[in-house]
Design a protein around this ligand. Sequence first.
Ligand code: PRP
Ligand code: URA
Length: 209
Amino acid sequence: MNNVTIFDHPLVMHKLAILRNKETTGKQFRELVEELTMLMTFEAFKDMPTIKVLVETPLESTYQYMVDNKSVAIIPILRAGLGMVNGVQALFPTSRVGFIGLYRDKVTLNPCEYYCKLPDNITSGISVILDPMLATGGSAVAAIDLLKCNGAKRIKLMNIIASPVGIEKVHSIHPDVQIYCASVDRQLNDDGYILPGLGDAGDRLYGTK
Ligand code: PRP
Ligand code: URA
């Protein structure tokens, strides 16, 4: 799976094990989602372009390299993707944030769009779509479709847990999009939930059913 980067760093695996545990509280769950996202962001943006700048140290001038924060567009898929935003913003404090509202129809599992607000910099910079769960792949494909229709060219997809069918679906339709995740789990159950997974990410983040 060339287009998938799996973060099997011991710290990522450790945090993911706690995240999956049904006894983990909402507060811990939110903190872990944020921490995992920050760890994954560090690696996922290692291909980011840098700009050469002249810096005056207290002793002399030196050429150094910096990134352009403003070229990053963070696009959480509502609701659960919201829990990942702070993890990316911690590293790119002046990035722009857009929102795509999607929910899965309970019977068909197809995504239904209810909101879309995207920043202008998607056309020139790097857009990173955030969603903790890539299950059937329907929501991710719909989000990528929306971004491309609005002019986005460089798109990354960041999930915490992905399923094999979800990855396959995204790559069959959008082979240019690199997927970053902490784990590829075994399979989906009959209700479209990832096994072993972590349950319903939105419900665990926000305490709803
Ligand atoms: C969950 C999850 C993804 C989607 C993944 O959202 O956060 O957006 O399901 O499933 P898919 O890959 O099969 O499309 P959900 O629709 O439950 O909405 P919520 O975040 O508002 O709970
Ligand atoms: N959405 C979730 O929140 N969890 C899953 O396992 C699948 C979709």
